[in-house]
Ligand binder design. Sequence first.
Ligand SMILES: Cc1cc2nc3c(=O)[nH]c(=O)nc-3n(C[C@H](O)[C@H](O)[C@H](O)COP(=O)(O)OP(=O)(O)OC[C@H]3O[C@@H](n4cnc5c(N)ncnc54)[C@H](O)[C@@H]3O)c2cc1C
Length: 368
Amino acid sequence: MDQTNILVLGNNLISNLLRRVLIKNKIDHLNFAYPAQEPERRFFAIKPTFLKWYSDYFNEDLHNHYAIKHIQIFVDYEELNLKDTITRPFPLFNIMRSDYLFESFSRDLDDIDKTLKADEDLEFVFENDEVIFKNYQISSKLIINTDFRFNKFLKIKPEREEKKEYDEFAVTAIFKTDDNLDNRAVQYFRKGKILAILPFSEHEFSIVLSGLKKGDEKLVDDSGEQLINFIKQQSALASVELSSKINCFPLTLYKIKHDPKLRSLFIGDAGHKVHPMAGQGLNLGLGDIQMIDKLISDKRIIDFGQENSIKKYAMTRSVDESIVMNLTDLLDEALVNNSDVFSSLFKYPIKLIENSELLKKILVRKMI
Ligand SMILES: Cc1cc2nc3c(=O)[nH]c(=O)nc-3n(C[C@H](O)[C@H](O)[C@H](O)COP(=O)(O)OP(=O)(O)OC[C@H]3O[C@@H](n4cnc5c(N)ncnc54)[C@H](O)[C@@H]3O)c2cc1C
């Protein structure tokens, strides 16, 4: 039987960054994954604190990003302005391309060790001080799963601590405009829909439109005509031209409850899935990796899968997870599902925050 310290499951942004961290810490590992899916180009809002960590950690900068220096949030027509005076010298956040991130995270990595068949039935056996991947006779101290498709095979099934299928979907698409976007992201919460306009150059932006329900499909037909009209109605943009296909995403909310006895960590979207309104899903996964780095760089720990390590990981990460999950879920309940009744309740806090630099700082520190 082959032995390894850590078995990494998945081939995605999170798994690749994790492998680079394991290599830097000289920890032997194997990487198994399902066949790669056709990648589509997407844009993510990434926290400046991650870019700083990456640059210090790998001694290499992630250059390709567009700085957001001003966020405007509208609840109906009530307005909240967050400016980078709060975070200077850093911007509020950066917009980054998925393929650039993927390439950067994969730098100097060998090919994955084994590509599994998409329909392969997998068997993992949990013993006292190891996990055995029966199909390939591999024993490891710890499994780190980054792909939710493996979740069902991790035998004593992990419970989902919180779970909810939103009866909502979101779309993303890319547009050009003649207007100058001026490093400003805008988010509109109106009539149960949430539209985020995320510029990635002076004249190009990507959108995340959520709060879409059954019947809203007509808004996002392939021509993009209705979507363009919707964006023009909401925003101050005079010219808007679709320059990508429109991608649809069903929305779910869940968080895996880690069992300290199971020698398994679920990170990235395999461990938690959140509403996209706050642009925090990938950022949570990047935070997971920074926490794993803290665990494995502790030279006193020989067995990374031991109960205490899993407990420490789960406890530390649950703070960030809970903030994002509770806030986005509360906003979704109030502004998407009960929009007429509750949206007025949010107008007073919006006014209060708009008039207080201290409250703005607190908000930005928690979310950005
Ligand atoms: C509508 C929507 C908007 C979101 N916006 C944000 C946001 O602004 N900020 C944020 O932090 N999170 C955001 N998220 C959450 C985020 O999408 C997930 O948390 C994240 O994708 C999970 O990372 P992953 O490693 O599983 O990557 P995956 O989802 O597997 O991959 C992420 C992207 O990387 C690229 N990629 C993957 N594999 C390859 C490959 N083999 N070659 C080249 N490229 C590849 C693809 O373009 C893919 O879309 C959003 C989610 C949704 C549904």
